[in-house]
Ligand binder design. Structure first.
Ligand SMILES: O=C(O)CCC(=O)C(=O)O
Ligand SMILES: [Fe+2]
Length: 342
């Protein structure tokens, strides 16, 4: 495995203060960031650091429950629920070292909330937080619509969280603490390199719990950004790190860049963070029936559910290919050993 290359380029910090009167200037900044880095950090977005921390505390309450209880709301194809060590990234072919719980606003959450007395107040607090993050997301949607020449409310309507078929997700993440005295096994990842397949992701991190690395823009020379130049993104209190997802890349005829990122395995006690990491990713996903097509019609029109299904299929095919490659390698190594012994 080649050593990771790092670059220290920073991602743009964009302030949303006085949004209504500054909307043109903010749009210009967001569009420039989306066209180049695909990543940016939002400040003055209206969510306070204590509101964000309060939701991290809700997440910690959830993850502190026994696995048997969390397993009563298991992750499913509806893209909601809890999983532990079960998300395999095509880039690594191995499961991320984490647990996660995904919540949605609509019908996909039927049966996926824990009973009230198991976790009092959790559902109400989480939904209230999700609505606040939605309000920030909608500001981005208005700017991106303007940038692409659509009506202001074009993307907002396609991501209407009051409709039962909305697919938007808040994923709560808990990466397990790592023992620095035990050498890291090869292929271990907190979250393997990937691009998100949503519209735009809003990521919340806790100060001190570092590990996020991004591969800005589409300067990648390998399929999963592996071997390319990575940039560390240190968590800062109150900041929301955003990245363009595959959906917006396609909806903008590839003008805006969906970018690779990962959560690094701690490998060096002198610089890396080994403690537990909590993060929250808000994935803006469209309603199942909205129609997706860029202004230049570079790609055929698809519905929100077709886009989701295709993304899942693509991921699955990439995963199968990775697994096959690993198996062929093992077979080759076996053959080599036999040849050496004979
Ligand atoms: O935990 C993080 O910082 C990143 C999570 C992420 O990229 C994802 O869940 O898609
Ligand atoms: Fe991601």
């Amino acid at each position: 495995m080649p050593d990771t290359q790092y670059s220290t380029r920073s991602i743009p910090r964009i302030s949303l203060h006085d949004f209504d009167s500054r909307i043109d200037a903010i749009t210009a900044e967001l569009v420039a960031a989306a066209e180049t880095d695909g990543f940016f950090a939002l400040v003055d977005h209206g969510l306070s650091a204590s509101e964000i921390e309060a939701q991290f505390e809700q997440a910690a309450r959830f993850f502190a429950l026994p696995d048997e209880v969390k397993a009563t709301v298991p992750f499913s194809h509806r893209n909601t629920g809890w999983e532990k060590g079960a998300q395999i990234r095509p880039s690594t072919g191995r499961a991320d070292q984490k647990e996660s719980y995904q919540m949605q606003f609509g019908a996909m959450m039927d049966g996926m909330w824990l009973p009230k007395d198991t976790l009092p107040g959790f559902r109400e607090a989480s939904l209230a937080f999700m609505h606040k993050v939605q309000a920030v997301s909608e500001k981005l949607m208005v700017c991106f619509a303007r940038g692409l020449g659509f009506e202001d409310d074009y993307f907002v309507k396609a991501h209407d969280v009051t409709r039962p078929n909305i697919q938007t997700v808040l994923r709560q993440l808990h990466y397990f603490a790592v023992d620095p005295s035990v050498p890291t096994p090869e292929g271990y990842h907190r979250a393997g390199a990937h691009a998100d397949w949503d519209f735009v992701t809003l990521l919340f991190q806790r100060p001190g719990q570092s590990g996020l690395e991004i591969c800005p823009g589409r300067e990648v020379f390998s399929e999963f950004g592996l071997g390319d130049s990575w940039t560390k993104v240190e968590p800062a209190a109150g900041e929301i790190v955003c990245n363009i997802g595959d959906l917006l890349m396609s909806w903008s005829d590839d003008r805006f860049k969906s970018t690779f990122h990962r959560v690094k395995t701690p490998t060096d006690p002198a610089v890396d963070y080994y403690g537990p990491r909590y993060s929250m990713a808000y994935f803006n996903q469209p309603t199942t029936d909205c129609v997706i097509q860029g202004p230049l019609k570079k790609y055929p029109a698809v519905t929100g559910s077709q886009f989701t299904e295709a993304a899942m299929r693509r991921n699955f095919a990439a995963l199968e290919a990775t697994k096959k490659k690993a198996m062929d390698k093992r077979e080759e190594a076996k053959g080599g050993m036999v040849a050496a012994a004979s």
